[in-house]
Ligand binder design. Sequence first.
Ligand code: WTA
Length: 653
Amino acid sequence: MDTAAESIEALSHESRRFPPPAEFAARANAQPGIYEEAERDFEAFWASWARKLEWSKPFTRVLEWNEPFARWFGDGELNASVNCLDRHVRAGRGGRIAYYYEGEPGDRRAITYAELLRDVCRFANGLRKLGIKKGDRVAIYMPMIPELPVAMLACARIGAPHSVIFGGFSPDSIVDRVNDGACVALITADAGWRRGNKVPLKRNCDIAMEHTPSIKHCIVAKRIGDPVLMHERRDLWWDEVIDGQPDTCEPETMNAEDLLFLLYTSGTTAKPKGIKHTTGGYLTHVTATHHLVFDLKPEEDVYWCAADIGWVTGHSYIVYGPLANGATSVIYEGTPDFPDKDRLWQIVERYKVSILYTAPTAIRTFMKWGDEYPRRHDLSTLRLLGSVGEPINPEAWMWYREHIGGDRCPVVDTWWQTETGGIMISPLPGISHTPPGSATRPLPGIFADIVNDRGESVPLGGGGYAVLTRPWPGMLRGIYGDDERYRQTYWSKFPHKYLAGDGCRRDTDGNYWFMGRIDDVMNVSGHRISTTEVESALVDHHRVAEAAVCGKLDDVTGQAIYAFVSLRGGEIGSPQLADELREHVAEKLGKFTRPKFVTFTQELPKTRSGKIMRRLLRDVAEGRTLGDTTTLADSSVVEELKERAKIEVTQEE
Ligand code: WTA
């Protein structure tokens, strides 16, 4: 039997195209010809981007490729914090705002490049004084407060790779990550704000640190001022660490291939993978892509990536890319519905945000809340919108474009992964004629393909596995401590190709349409159907806010389609509506894609990074006992769903 991705059937046909507005195109950072330039000599292309950085020792070698291990700019030396900070201050841009910070309760700070450099230097000096040195790994578990990028950049300054652990993780997850990296210090805060509640970060660290023998110091930033236990000798307040430290700090000289950070991502086994990113190639990749894809004009734009710094999106496009480019960015601590569902739009208006980058799950949530919230605010400063993290269905793409972008802003759907370090497949906003819902094509200097089960390139119009066919500067340098797993996971299925793990099809124009992870492909009566396409068809119905689809084992058809649906405006479903939705899907995609089961629910179970937890939905659909729910953002959702699946499931006759 061939595998699921081999012949994913491309069911819906999208013929709409959105070209860039003429004024946008005329001023765009990326101009036509850039693809050809990169195609002619991709190493020279990346080298020219690398040379825009500041190197204390210029590189003479570009790429050394010893599959699957790459070295980029391998004899060059540089420091990431110098590139993000000192360079701008020295050039007279120290007074520019680096971050507008807004806490969830409404506290605000504007931090200039000069101030950020000073804070980083003082903290870096403090870390050094504690004995932390080049090569030591430092774990960071913090809320979205300015001290988080300060801590990361201070680590980069002294050459201590950071390992940021998303602030929503549990103590067990901290233990796994800290021990895998044998981190010597843990930087945290007393607590953080989330939807008006206090998240007890230090307490979680205390529980974790009972099982992390490598941690010698825990540094605690005061965010809320709640009392916390401070373990004598081990625990120190942030203010004690920086007390009396000078405003300048000699940066560590780093080889381009020295480790900049570890970031853990889940794989198919229970053990998370510590993805390794190094200094020169990573910084080159995120700086170039931030400039080209977001069209950043650092003197004019206010840029906001509304992700969490605890994920790769925040590392690359809140911290390293934007700072290296001298951007003015927004950082917001809390949730989009606090105190009301217009918080993001209030922030866009207040800081005159011109570039906004967020996730499809957020966009679909905003759709569900309704357009009255964005309508309360002046969003006319926006000129570019971005999306990342999952496939964006055309309906959500159109809503984003119309209701947030006022029908004038190009939308860039950016495909990439923790492993790729930076954006790989995305429109260039001044060039691309973009179909709603497509990431379009590989960026200049990036080489991808769609292959079938035998690793053969699939002709345009077909679908299969997304692979990357040449090394790129931001690529992972491996999995921490486990080269074999690195080979096995990414390089073993097809010779000389990096397996991304995503199913994808290409339309006849060569646009890429990502369809979700390859394990999200269903097989119904021999038809390969992407869960994403059915979800997209469901969300296309005017009463549907969000949908998640999975396969349920079926004696006759192999799998049957099971849809979990939440409705707009908090509406409750009915058997009639379930039938209407089935018909709608049948009309959009074909009769064989009608969901057999429909369960209405107020909320879908999501991880804290906003990804729908399909594994749990499959468990609910199959009536199994539920597996691990610790990464769920809101565990009550699943209980509700289980009850509803028992009682209210409507099954087609
Ligand atoms: C998915 C996030 C479709 C994909 C940057 C990938 C996407 C995984 C897109 C990586 C997109 C990310 N369209 N799917 N624009 N962006 N994905 O490591 O399945 O958190 O493999 O990195 O998210 O998730 P990660």
